[in-house]
Design a protein around this ligand. Sequence first.
Ligand code: GLA
Length: 385
Amino acid sequence: MKKATHNSIFILLFLIIFGCGKENNKQDISGKMENVHTSDYGVMPKGDSIKKYTLSNKNGMKVEVINFGGIITSLTAPDRNGKYEDVVLGFTKPEGYFDGNPYYFGALIGRYGNRIANAKFTLDGKTYEINKNDGPNSLHGGKEGFHTRFWNIEVVKDAKFPTLKLSYTSADGEEGYPGKLTTTVFYTLTDDNALEISYEAETDKPTVVNLTQHSYFNLSGNFTKTITDHELQINADHFLPVNETLIPTGEQKAVKGTPFDFTVSKPIGKDISADDDQLKKGKGYDHNWILNGKGLRSIAKVYHQGTGRSMEVFTDEPGVQFYSGNFLDGKFDTKTGGKNEFRTGFCLETQHFPDSPNQPSFPSTELKPGQKYQSKTIYKFSVKK
Ligand code: GLA
């Protein structure tokens, strides 16, 4: 008995002195319940080690972020019984992200989110050729866009809620873009179950910038199910029709009377198979909606009846790319078993319009030295009983 008591005291002392391991190494933010845990995530083929940062709030919601691509690898949200489940698509193993992440799962997208026609644009009379990675076009910043880069991550110590500050400096000429671009992104998890994303950038030469986040959501928490039963509402009276390579034609078309009318909530699948030229071109929805209003405002709501989960999106951007996961092709395993099949996730990528550098009638995406690029988007989760 005596020996057993001695052993217990020894073990207790050991735990007090050396802590309980890295995973449990809580970092208390402003003395509150919220916290950030840091852990090892994986090792890149060339030996670089990747860290994972887990943000938690007082309700038990968790968001996991890695310093490769600023990728959100997991995000939990409550169902109507209070059960928190992962609602973002991702790979089962780190290699999925390191080997190119062809779907851009969870990633920060830059320097230019969405497409630039024929991978070129002209600024101040000079034409820049950027890297092509989508037929004739450049998509999501090129082959080695921001989704493939190492981001420096710091935990913001004086923040009200758990906050990560991610920084990346894109060299002048990277992927063909002019100007050294210093980029900062903040991820904050609030106590009302909202993930707030703030983007900032500065340049030393005129350039173009359009930053976004490419998380795919499936509010059912089961990644083998399609998202066509999710009900979606978008506050937009107009959308941007596209050509065969998904470049906007320049027309700003009224959604009224078309399958693109989400002004009143309806299931994503309701009109997705309609005989419509634009739906054929996008293989479903893969278009930019011109959001009503200005400033930080509620722009979209999604509701999954089966679980009661609902998500509201706020942004100060003029547009949102609603993409119904039409290129998901079952090549990879999902985190809940099975494969990532056609339309098992959707994205609401807040942004300026695609191909803005070549379309003078669109809001400008140009950033000049001395100016500060700033934008904010919030994904807020709640439950409808
Ligand atoms: C964006 C595009 C889609 C597709 C996905 C990635 O959302 O608009 O066409 O390229 O990224 O698969």
